[in-house]
Design a protein around this ligand. Structure first.
Ligand code: TRP
Ligand code: SF4
Length: 328
C-alpha cells in the first residue's frame, strides 16, 4: 500500500505553452511524486496574470493547453488533485485574509520582486497584484495544509515568505497552519536551441505539444560547434547545444556520439537527425496521451471540473478553520 503521509502542493505559472525545459524540470518530478504523496497540482493562471494582464488574448487557451499538458505527461487525475487555480475561488479569499497579516516590507524585500521589476521591460508590473504574488503563492500552499512543495531554486524566496506568513498567522490566531518545506527539484541544465535559456519569448523552445515535424525543424536549427565548418573538422561536443540534448534524451548513445563527433566520423546534419529521432521517441508517450485527450474535449472538461470539485472540498474545510481562528 502506498503511504499518503505528506501533502504535496505545487503549481505552474501560465506564461504560454509548456516546453521540454518545463518537462525535464518540474513536471517529470511531479509525475514521480504522484504515487508517493497526496498531491495537489494546479495551473497557476492568476499568477500568470500578474505579468501578462495587459494582453490576455491567448490566455484561456494557454490555461487549457497547460491542463492538457499535465494530463499528457502522465499526471493521473485519479491519484492527484489536478486543477486550475481560478476554478477554486477559495484561493482568492485566502489571499485576501493572508494579505492582512503580511507586512509590506516583507514583500518589498523578496529578491525576485526587485529583479523582475528591472528585468521585465516594456510591461507595467509595478502593480498591487504583482507585489502580492508571493502572498497568493502562500495561499495556494497553505490552502491544502501543504507540507512539501516541489520547486526550483528560483522559488525559494517565495516559499520562505510563505513560511513566515504561516508563522505570523499561527502566532496571532493559534496553531492552524503547518509550515511547508521546499522539496528542491534538481533541474538539469537545458538550453534553448540557440544556446540561451529555453524560453518561449526567445522562440528557442521545443514545446511539449510540438509535432514530430516541428521537433525536426527546431533540432535542425540547433547551434553546434562553431569551429566545425566541414564534416572533416573534428568537433567539440562540450560546446555543442545538440550534444547537450544528446546527453539527456539519447543517453544510451552518448559515448558513440561523442567519439564520432571528435573523430569527425559523423556530420552535424546526421547527428541532429539522430537527436530529433531520439527526442521524438522520448516524447512519444506524451504525444500519444495528448492526442487522446485532445480528441475528447468533453472528457477533458469533466476531468477539470472534477479536479476543481475535489480541490474545493479540501480548500473549503481548511478555509473554514482559518476563518474560525481569525473570527471572521
Ligand atoms: N510561482 C511559481 C512559479 O513561477 C508557481 C506557483 C504558483 C507555485 N503557486 C505555487 C509553486 C504554489 C509552488 C506552490 O514557478
Ligand atoms: Fe554537435 Fe553532433 Fe555536430 Fe558534434 S557532430 S558538433 S555533437 S551536432
Amino acid at each position: 500500500m502506498t503511504r499518503r503521509a505528506s501533502r504535496v502542493v505545487s503549481g505552474s505559472r501560465v506564461t504560454g505553452r509548456l516546453h521540454l525545459g518545463n518537462y525535464v524540470g518540474a513536471l517529470e518530478n511531479w509525475v514521480r511524486l504522484q504515487s508517493e504523496y497526496r498531491c495537489f497540482f494546479f495551473v497557476a493562471d492568476w499568477h500568470g496574470l500578474t505579468t501578462s494582464y495587459e494582453d490576455t488574448t491567448e490566455f484561456r487557451s494557454y490555461v487549457e493547453e497547460m491542463y492538457l499538458d499535465f494530463l499528457a505527461v502522465g499526471l493521473d487525475p485519479a491519484q492527484v488533485v489536478l486543477f486550475v487555480q481560478s476554478d477554486v475561488k477559495e484561493h482568492a479569499e485566502l489571499h485576501l485574509l493572508l494579505s492582512m497579516v503580511t507586512p509590506l516590507a516583507w514583500l518589498e524585500r523578496v529578491p525576485t520582486y526587485k529583479e523582475q521589476l528591472q528585468q521585465i521591460a516594456g510591461r507595467e508590473i509595478a502593480t498591487y497584484g504583482f507585489l502580492g504574488y508571493p502572498v497568493l503563492q502562500s495561499a495556494d500552499v497553505l490552502m491544502y495544509r501543504g507540507e512539501l512543495v516541489p520547486i526550483g531554486q528560483d522559488q525559494l524566496p517565495h516559499l520562505e515568505l510563505c513560511r513566515e506568513v504561516a508563522r505570523r498567522f499561527n502566532h496571532l490566531y493559534g496553531p492552524v497552519l503547518p509550515e511547508p518545506q521546499a522539496l528542491l527539484t534538481e533541474v538539469p541544465w537545458l538550453p534553448g536551441i540557440d544556446g540561451r535559456k529555453m524560453s518561449k519569448s526567445y522562440e528557442n523552445e521545443i514545446r511539449l505539444g510540438s509535432s514530430p515535424a516541428e521537433i525536426e525543424e527546431r533540432v535542425r536549427r540547433m547551434v553546434t560547434d562553431p569551429a566545425r565548418v566541414h564534416k572533416s573538422d573534428p568537433g567539440h561536443p562540450e560546446v555543442c547545444v545538440a550534444y547537450r540534448f544528446h546527453t539527456l534524451f539519447n543517453a544510451a548513445a552518448r559515448e558513440e556520439t561523442e567519439t564520432e563527433c571528435t573523430r569527425a566520423g559523423i556530420g552535424c546534419v546526421e547527428c541532429k537527425q539522430r537527436l530529433a529521432k531520439a527526442i521524438i521517441r522520448y516524447l512519444a508517450p506524451v504525444h500519444e496521451r495528448r492526442e487522446q485527450y485532445a480528441a475528447q474535449p468533453g472528457l477533458m472538461q469533466d476531468i477539470r471540473q472534477d479536479g476543481a470539485r475535489r480541490a474545493r472540498r479540501e480548500a473549503a474545510a481548511v478555509l473554514e478553520s482559518i476563518r474560525e481562528a481569525m473570527r471572521v
